[in-house]
Design a protein. Structure first.
Length: 70
């Protein structure tokens, strides 16, 4: 019974060591992922500023004309 318990504990430890939260990416992929995150965050920042200052373009769903001129 003791041997079974020890073997179960060892199996659990080995399975925890082999299945982890690590990613298998090389340094180039890491840099590309960070650049993509930076690009997306910069686009979101611009949209947040536009929403804050209400600089977004007028909606075309209104019944009134929102464009004047030719």
């Amino acid at each position: 019974m003791k041997k079974l318990l020890i073997s179960m504990v060892l199996m659990a430890l080995l399975s925890c060591m082999t299945v982890g939260c690590t990613t298998a990416e090389n340094p180039l992929q890491h840099v590309q992922r960070l650049q993509l995150q930076k690009e997306v965050q910069s686009r979101q920042l611009v949209e947040d500023f536009e929403m804050f200052w209400l600089c977004d373009r007028a909606s075309s769903l209104t019944k009134w004309h929102n464009q004047t001129g030719l």
